[in-house]
Design a protein around this ligand. Structure first.
Ligand SMILES: [Zn+2]
Length: 170
């Protein structure tokens, strides 16, 4: 006697097989339609491009194109400072009663300004006779002075300190 479950199993198998065939069919038809659509789309794009290229360009369009090319070349050759900023900054180091402005570029030590600042008044010293520098604080006595002949040795010390400070911060 035949097992009553066998026909049911066979029926389910057939249904699954049909579903599988249907899904494969749908995918194949979908792929075919997509390929045809892409072909038609690119054919239309090519047709529009060909028509546009064959038409004479208006003068203003040629001028705009030439201008854009010139601007592009200019920006490529002379890197615009706004397009490629170099962060220039400074810090101060102190040698006793003087402080020195240390310039850094991209966080690295660059130079030390040769004229120091008064630490008390935060003012850059000025020269009166070429031999001495003094603090220009107005209305207040300030005994901060420096002989110009001493500047190089102070600058050497400030350079060393500034390089160390810039290295520490970078
Ligand atoms: Zn001062």
């Amino acid at each position: 006697m035949q097992n009553p479950k066998e026909p049911i199993k066979a029926y389910i198998k057939k249904i699954l097989s049909d579903v599988h065939a249907t899904i494969v069919g749908i995918i194949l038809v979908g792929l075919g339609i997509s390929a045809i659509s892409l072909f038609v789309f690119f054919e239309n794009v090519w047709s529009v491009l060909k028509t546009t290229m064959l038409q004479p360009m208006p003068v203003w369009a040629v001028l705009v194109l030439v201008l854009l090319v010139l601007v592009y070349v200019y920006l490529k050759l002379h890197k615009h400072p706004l397009a490629n900023p170099k962060p220039v900054n400074w810090l101060f180091v102190e040698t006793g009663k003087y402080k020195w402005k240390v310039h850094t570029i991209n966080g690295y030590f660059h130079t030390v300004e040769r004229i120091p600042y008064c630490t008390k008044h935060d003012l850059q010293l000025i020269s009166s006779n070429g031999e001495n520098l003094f603090c220009p604080s107005l209305g207040e006595d300030c005994n901060i002075k420096m002989r110009t002949i001493d500047i190089p040795s102070y600058v050497d010390i400030a350079t060393s300190l500034g390089e160390k400070e810039a290295r520490r911060k970078c």
